[in-house]
Design a protein around this ligand. Structure first.
Ligand SMILES: Cc1cc2nc3c(=O)[nH]c(=O)nc-3n(C[C@H](O)[C@H](O)[C@H](O)COP(=O)(O)OP(=O)(O)OC[C@H]3O[C@@H](n4cnc5c(N)ncnc54)[C@H](O)[C@@H]3O)c2cc1C
Length: 887
């Protein structure tokens, strides 16, 4: 019998696919783009799907090196980054669905604003407790539930705060193992970012400033501007300039000023670029990565052992679909990582016995670690004001009111990916305290007053929220920083232009508090994981917050009156110009809501300052349990929170890699290199009794058989070598099929056609509303849009240069913390980056248009890095890093 080594098969497959890429590229990318503008009909689409399963029995009783709770913004970025190394196994467990049933709704930018998945199965749909200081009512608190998390249902804003705000994270964590200052966090935001600048025409029309050098160019998340922007938006930046501000590119580390925010949009096809689309969908097959949907993590398991430093050891996770469903468990060989977000992560910790002792004891939960989990909650609270517009001004209301226009816009989006449905809010600005008060003397005096009242304020917050002493220490450190910001350029409010009024001919300005003085908490009230925790952001608990919002309302009035915005914002309708002073405060409190940016519930702070995690994001007192998501942010920022969460996840991945990996010297980079290549790992069997005994009632009958993906099975089969010849035959067949289908592709129905047929539009309840409660007798309204202007979509085929062959050096730079890249520049064969060394690099949008991450057309395998010096003269093909301790 002929024995074919698995690596030979891999090499053959690689060569076949390389040749396919090369031949597919001729006679030029331009021609190919016309046939497959975004690779919609790529026949490998199915093959390239990740191992996303919904059957929990497939992972029950298994073991993975890393087990992640939550498949949202941070969770999927982590899953992708950690599984880059093929000999490490990763499981990500997500409570919600995979999104395929609502894909068109997720993808279509405007849907989040006009309709939205909030209120659907993809929203946890929390409510706060009654808010004593904001009208006494509860407030609706949506959070994404499904792959992509809140990033799949959100407003797509992509922005950074100013430099001092990340620097403050470092200040709050002195002498720490890891630095979290501006330079460091921004470096990792850039690593996640793949920026497409606006065209010169768009820049000129809207007065935009864009400096591509400030942005990441080769990350996984596409960031850019919408195809359609309302004409009225062109009056935004000039009005700020009238008031003395600058047009900024906020990636510069300056938030004071005005800009048209970037969005998480893939400009080539005007679809949402969320963590699934960015970090998971483009991956080549990875049998070492499994993503399980529809299962809620209910508990972290501990096996009762401690490490040499006395830290408790997490052994795995328990999970179940719903309250009455079977409970399952899985083992983590190395680490458990919580990425459940600001609500989910503290909830899981508390349910697992890590949290405030008083709370846990009250629920008869054994306290494993007494930590202030759930405290230091900070949220951006916001409300909107509205102005009448001149007759005939085209706003989103026109779209709302006209079925014909909707159908027309839908048709345009479906066929051309242009038009009204591409628009999302993007006109914003961040004034400082000096700006909104309008007088330096008054601002200085306000800041002095805060300083003199500091002790009283802290003591009040402590008593209102029943804060543990260490949280009070941390609060004091945060307040000292916030007090200094009152007289600095740090933005205190976000001011957003909204194109949708409450009534017909109106436009609005949303005012959102960026550095709340109020603190809140999220605590479980039941041992039942399916009971929502008590969420109390305590909006306006500290009076400074309503002062600042009132100043902000005054600022919004000035802005609306500034030329040229004053041309289209005529008379203030809500709350109305006569509403001032206390009445304005009451209106704000009654009509406010979340801007959807809660953070801080698992704060990264020193332990004696109320920290839950240290700067390596490890939960204090544990050996191998981390929290990596927005909840670790210790002090709020003047920015939306998605970009920073990607930064947290990217840095978190490197921190983990730094711990577990070392470089293995490569003995021979020529012929033996291929034969030594590692087989991609797949899940093992759980052996830890804390995991295997965790669910005595669960049926483990099928957990001993390999029920992983066919991809994983193929991997195992190949490893055994016995079925290698058959596998090769299959691969050859597949290759032939691909060639055949490529030829037929132009006749096939496009991907988006299929998805839109499923999707449809829903004008009913559940739209992504602004965070305000409607006064009685007034219907709620969703987000804005404007003039129906058929901008030509120059981006449809990928703007020249925007997706020029991606340099990986940026990613390499950001790996400095892990000290990996400097020794081994990443390339497709290194298994670094989102490309597996055993598969053709593939990226949905660009794999066959000449602009992809992948191999150069023409078969030049060394296009990103110089050929290494030395006898071999070729890059090694095998994995170069090995986990240190994975047994
Ligand atoms: C409606 C809305 C609009 C927003 N708009 C913007 C915007 O325009 N720009 C911006 O920058 N930010 C925006 N945000 C905020 C931004 O989306 C979040 O900051 C970001 O998604 C947080 O990332 P995360 O990974 O911490 O949490 P998420 O992205 O929320 O992910 C957490 C994931 O964990 C899952 N999970 C939770 N608990 C469990 C459990 N027990 N078991 C298994 N899975 C669990 C959740 O289902 C979810 O998928 C918005 C948020 C919302 C809700």
């Amino acid at each position: 019998m002929i024995t074919i080594k698995p690596t030979t098969i891999i090499t053959l497959l690689h060569l076949l696919l390389v040749s396919e890429v090369v031949s597919g590229s001729n006679p030029g990318a331009g021609v190919k783009e016309n046939i497959h503008p975004h690779n919609l009909n790529n026949p490998h689409r199915e093959l390239h799907k990740r191992e996303i399963v919904s059957d929990a029995s497939k992972v029950n009783g298994k073991s993975f090196d890393f087990v992640i709770a939550g498949g949202g913004v941070a969770g999927l970025a982590l899953a992708s980054r950690l599984s880059e190394w093929s000999n490490v196994t990763v499981l990500c467990i997500e409570a919600g669905g995979d999104g395929s049933d609502v894909q068109a709704k997720i993808d279509t930018p405007g849907y989040s604003y006009l309709n939205s998945l909030t209120g659907s199965a993809y929203d946890w749909a929390y409510n706060t407790v009654a808010q004593t200081d904001s009208g006494g009512a509860t407030k609706y608190w949506p959070r994404g539930k499904g792959l992509g998390g809140s990033g799949a249902i959100n407003g797509m804003f992509w922005g950074r705060p100013s430099e001092p705000e990340f620097d403050a994270w470092a200040t709050l964590n002195p002498n720490a193992a890891e630095t979290w200052n501006w330079e460091e966090v921004n470096k990792y935001i850039k690593k996640a970012e793949n920026y497409s600048p606006p065209s010169e025409d768009v820049k000129t029309k809207f007065g935009m400033t864009s400096d591509p050098s400030l942005h990441g160019q080769s990350g996984m998340i596409h960031v850019g501007h919408t195809n359609y922007i309302f004409d009225e938006v062109a009056k935004w930046i000039p009005a700020w300039i009238t008031l003395g501000f600058k047009s900024i590119d906020n990636a510069a580390g300056i938030s004071r000023g005005a800009w048209l925010s970037t969005s998480t949009i893939n400009v080539s096809n005007q679809t949402r670029s969320d963590s699934k689309a960015g970090y998971i969908d483009p991956l080549p097959p990875r049998s070492n990565l499994v993503i399980l949907t529809g299962q809620q993590v209910t508990q972290v398991l501990f096996n009762g052992t401690k490490d040499a430093n006395g830290n408790i050891v997490a052994s795995g996770l328990k999970f179940q679909a719903d309250k009455d469903a079977t409970s399952y468990s899985v083992q983590a060989n190395k680490e458990v990582i919580l990425a459940g977000g600001t609500v989910g992560s503290p909830q899981i910790l508390q349910l697992s016995g890590i949290g405030p002792k008083e709370t846990l004891e009250g629920l008869n939960i054994d306290t494993k670690l007494d930590l202030p989990v759930g405290f230091n909650l900070q949220d951006h609270v916001s409300y909107s004001m509205y102005w009448s517009t001149p007759q005939g001004t085209f706003t989103w209301n026109n779209l709302s009111a006209s079925a014909d226009l909707k159908a027309q816009a839908q048709e345009e989006y479906d066929t051309k990916k242009t038009g009204l449905w591409t628009y999302v809010n993007e006109a914003v600005g961040y004034p400082s305290m000096l700006d909104i008060i309008g007088s330096d003397d008054e601002a200085n005096s306000y800041a002095s007053n805060i300083a003199s009242q500091m002790t009283t304020t802290i003591s009040n917050v402590k008593s209102w929220l029943d804060l543990p002493d260490n949280v009070v220490t941390g609060l004091k450190a945060q307040y000292d920083i916030q007090q200094k910001w009152m007289t600095s350029d740090v933005g205190q409010l976000e001011i957003i232009l909204t194109m949708l009024g409450k009534g017909g001919n109106e436009m609005g300005i949303q005012v959102a508090l960026q550095h709340p003085w109020s603190r809140g908490k999220i605590l479980i009230t039941s041992t039942d994981a399916f009971t929502q925790p008590s969420i109390n952001p305590d909006y306006f608990g500290v009076g400074y917050d309503i002062d600042i919002m009132n100043y902000g309302s005054g600022f919004a009035r000035k802005l609306a009156a500034a030329s040229p915005l004053s041309d289209v914002m005529i008379t203030e309708v809500y709350p109305g110009p006569s509403v001032t002073g206390d009445a304005l405060g009451t209106y704000t409190k009654t009509n406010c809501g979340t801007e959807y940016h809660p953070m801080g519930t698992c704060s990264m702070l020193p332990k004696d300052s109320g920290g839950v995690v240290d700067t390596t994001l490890t939960v204090y007192g544990t050996s191998n349990l981390r929290v990596i998501d927005t909840s670790i942010a210790p002090l709020h920022i003047s920015a939306h929170t998605m970009a920073v969460t990607y930064g947290i996840a990217e840095k978190g991945s490197d921190i983990i890699k730094k711990k577990y990996w070392k470089q293995v010297p490569i003995q021979n980079t020529t012929s033996s290199a291929t034969s030594a290549a590692a087989t991609t790992a797949s899940a093992g069997q759980a052996t830890d009794t804390s995991v295997t005994n965790a669910n005595k009632d669960a049926s483990n009958s099928d957990s001993s058989s390999s029920s992983l993906s066919s991809g994983a099975k193929i991997g195992i089969g190949i490893g055994a070598g016995v079925g290698a010849a058959a596998a090769l035959a299959g691969l050859l067949f597949f290759f032939c099929l691909r060639r055949k289908k490529t030829g037929a592709a132009s006749n096939e129905k496009g991907w988006y056609d299929n998805r839109n047929a499923q999707g449809g539009w829903n004008d009913g309840a559940g739209a992504y509303k602004e965070g305000y409660a409607s006064p009685p007798n007034q219907s709620t309204q969703a987000y804005p849009m404007a003039a129906f202007d058929n901008h030509s979509n120059s981006n449809m085929g990928g703007p020249p240069g925007a997706f020029a062959a991606h340099s990986r050096t940026h990613s390499v730079d950001t790996m400095a913390t892990a000290d990996l890249a400097s020794r081994m520049p990443m390339r497709s064969g290194s298994n670094y980056g989102n490309l597996s060394g055993t598969s053709t690099p593939y990226r949905d949008d660009h794999s066959d248009d000449g602009h992809g991450h992948g191999l150069n057309h023409g078969g030049d395998l060394g296009h990103q890095y110089p050929t290494p010096q030395g006898a071999a003269g070729a890059w090694p093909r095998q994995q170069s890093y090995q986990p240190v301790n994975i047994s």
